[in-house]
Design a protein around this ligand. Structure first.
Ligand SMILES: [Zn+2]
Length: 426
């Protein structure tokens, strides 16, 4: 026993040394045709970006040679900050076969996630917020991309979402003993138990607390799309998350569910389909941001009438279709801040940038759309001093495209170069 203990201590000490050992300080120089350092600024013209240890050291005008371990020539392209998607599910692929939950182990989600992490990064997304996944799948993936074992974006992970028993996010659609077997352990009833589940999520490694405040379009239960948690439960969740320094995000479709989650203190509303004036007022007063996820509907609509979804789910998709078509427009009319998020996983990963055109179609300017996916999204994550802009000290999360996204944001659907934390993604 003692020998084993000593071996473990020795192993831990070794691991500690390896983790704390300084990495070789590799310097990289990028020669850019033009640089958009911030969605609020104009393209600079030719410039050189110097990177060391995954961070930007300097951005200087001109492309005179700079001493660096590695030179990257992007002199024909526009270089800008990597995009941020506030709502993805990397560990899953789209499809209506909900029963796979009962046949595929959690570990499979990590394999699928590794594939999707690379696709997402190649699409220009250098940070994503994982909005709900199996127990440790997103946490493992987060570590994989951080350590460079898996090519992919920086991951801010919620882990399993908190749900009411049988609600959206909990297991449903199976016979009762199967539901029980597949239980994630993250349902809660009453303020005390809900606060406890937030602390448990925090202990397990959640970067952000996600709840399904209302019913959901893709769950098998036909329990409507209105508020499922009580106000007291929502408030306990948001307050507990905040007391731990974590942000709280609420999936919500029904207007009263949105209103209640905003009043309870949630930092963002995901989807927000039935947003009305009263719900928008609550969001405005509480500084709650809307993450519209228009691509989710785009993706599921493509499967309508093809037997992909059960009748319960088809009916819900058809009901929300017209509302999503005006969501961003309504939110902005009501003065609600909109930030970029797509619900990737409900549609095919890698198509994330198609959301930009959908936002533009609802009245946002190219610059506003770009800001929503860079500086705006970074602010929602509380990471606006690290990502979302290109500046000395910021993470080297860099993409390059042909054309000027401030003149036409849809050029971002075809990204030619991606770097995450100083690592080129291929
Ligand atoms: Zn989602």
């Amino acid at each position: 026993m003692r020998a084993l203990h000593n071996r473990l201590i020795a192993g831990l000490a070794l691991a500690g040394t390896m983790l704390s050992a300084p990495l070789a300080a590799e310097t990289v120089a990028i020669r850019a045709g033009s640089v958009i350092t911030d969605a609020a600024s104009e393209p600079s013209g030719p410039a050189t970006i110097l990177i060391e240890d995954g961070k930007i050291v300097s951005i200087t005008p001109g492309t005179a040679p700079v001493a660096a371990d590695r030179q990257i020539d992007l002199s024909q392209l526009t270089v800008l900050p990597g995009l941020i998607d506030l709502h993805t599910h990397l560990t899953g692929d789209p499809g209506g076969d909900f029963w796979k939950e009962a046949t595929e182990p959690d570990e499979w989600g990590v394999v699928v996630g590794a594939k999707n992490a690379r696709l997402t990064a190649l699409a220009g997304f250098t940070t994503v917020r994982e909005a709900g996944s199996g127990q440790d799948t997103a946490f493992s993936l987060r570590r994989g991309t951080a350590e460079g074992l898996v090519p992919g974006p920086r991951i801010i992970a919620a882990g399993p979402a908190l749900a009411i028993i049988g609600g959206h996010g909990d297991v449903n659609g199976f016979r009762s003993e199967v539901n029980e077997l597949l239980d994630s352990g993250f349902t809660c009833t009453g303020a005390v138990e809900c606060a406890a589940k937030v602390r448990l999520a925090s202990q397990n490694g959640s970067d952000v607390i996600k709840i399904t405040a209302t019913g959901g379009v893709l769950s098998q239960q036909g329990r409507g799309l209105e508020a499922h948690f009580t106000f007291e439960e929502m408030k306990a969740i948001a307050d507990t998350a905040h007391s731990l320094g974590l942000k709280a995000m609420a999936h919500a479709h029904g207007a009263r569910g949105i209103e209640q989650a905003a009043r309870a203190g949630f930092d963002s509303i995901e989807h927000g389909t039935y947003l009305d004036e009263a719900a928008a007022k609550a969001m405005r007063e509480n500084g709650t941001v809307l993450v519209p996820t228009l691509m989710a509907l785009e993706g599921v609509s493509e499967g309508l009438g093809k037997g992909v979804y059960t009748p319960t789910v088809e009916a819900k998709i058809r009901a929300v279709q017209p509302l999503m078509a005006t969501l961003v427009k309504r939110a902005r009319q009501y003065g609600v801040t909109v930030a970029f998020g797509t619900d990737a996983g409900v549609y095919q990963h890698g198509r994330n940038a198609e959301e930009l055109a959908l936002m533009k179609k609802q009245g946002m300017t190219d610059r506003e759309v770009l800001a929503s996916a860079t500086t705006g999204a970074a602010k929602v994550l509380g990471m606006d001093s690290q990502i979302g802009r290109l500046a000395p000290g910021f993470s080297a999360d860099i993409i390059a495209v042909d054309g000027n996204p401030l003149a036409d944001v849809t050029v971002l659907e075809d990204v030619d170069f991606v770097m995450v934390r100083g690592r080129v993604i291929e």
